[in-house]
Design a protein around this ligand. Sequence first.
Ligand code: BV8
Ligand code: ZN
Length: 249
Amino acid sequence: MHPSVDHEAFDRAARFLRPAKKVAALTGAGISAESGLATFRGAGGLWEGQRVEDVATPRAFQRDPVLVWRFYNLRRANLAAVKPNPGHHALVELEKRLDNNFTLVTQNVDGLHQSAGSHNVLEIHGAIRRVRCSGCDLVADRGVDALPELPRCETCGELLRPDVVWFEEALPEDIWGRAVEAVEACDCFLVIGTSAVVYPAAGLIDVARLTGADVIEINLEPSAASARANVVLLGPSGTTLPELVKRVW
Ligand code: BV8
Ligand code: ZN
């Protein structure tokens, strides 16, 4: 581990994690950055060259479904070439150590946690591999191969959309409910690779604190979560997460 690492912070984090009976984690785009996927607020607020309001809202889809599908097909194509990184694998290890006392809540739609081997994953913002029909209740997994410019439902002919939660859309109720429950029940809450500016996901940090959990943040730089964390481990999650797990087990 590179010399500038803050060993004291790692020791403190390990002291919070080691005794925890129930652990929950919230991940964001940062955990997939080392797999080569663009983060959401990376290049000056552009996301693969687009402004979020032009590609990730229901109005954007109404206004220009071709542009929105071009954006999602590009991200799907990027997925074909990437794989989980040691940060994802460290969370698989954590799940193995804690059995069903570990819940992974992710804002990411890339499916990399499942590809790495995590089982108890709550995708609160949906999944980019899945499509759903805007006209009937069809939901289907379409993997990552490119879809037509305007994919249509084979059942009712209506436009298909990516099965993700856009801005101004509600999160899937049951999944969100299970995420809140898991965070309320945890003794230690890991906040990994997220700028913590998107709600209600970022509100889980307050839920964790209100129910007395210790909060450990892992991020490249301080975020909106940092002030609410008991300890912040600065560094790439592909290095810091495996190091933290190693110090505990
Ligand atoms: C809702 C799916 C209501 C699509 C996404 C004003 C104030 C507060 C809130 C609002 C407001 N106006 C509107 C709102 C609500 C809005 C919101 O929060 N807006 C924000 C932007 C202000 N929220 C919503 O609209 C939500 N819905 O509120 O509905 C409602 C209720 C009932 C009925 C009807 C309606 C829906 C939010 C979900 C939006 N969908 N994604 C898709 O992905 O295509 S959110 C989008 O942001 C992505 O999912 C992304 O995951 C998520 C969060 O971003 P991050 O994951 O944090 O990524 P980011 O790039 O920001 O940060 C990366 C971090 O990683 C950085 O900190 C960086 O330092 C770090 N990092 C980088 N590399 C590494 C690293 N860390 C470690 N290691 C590394 N190597
Ligand atoms: Zn349909």
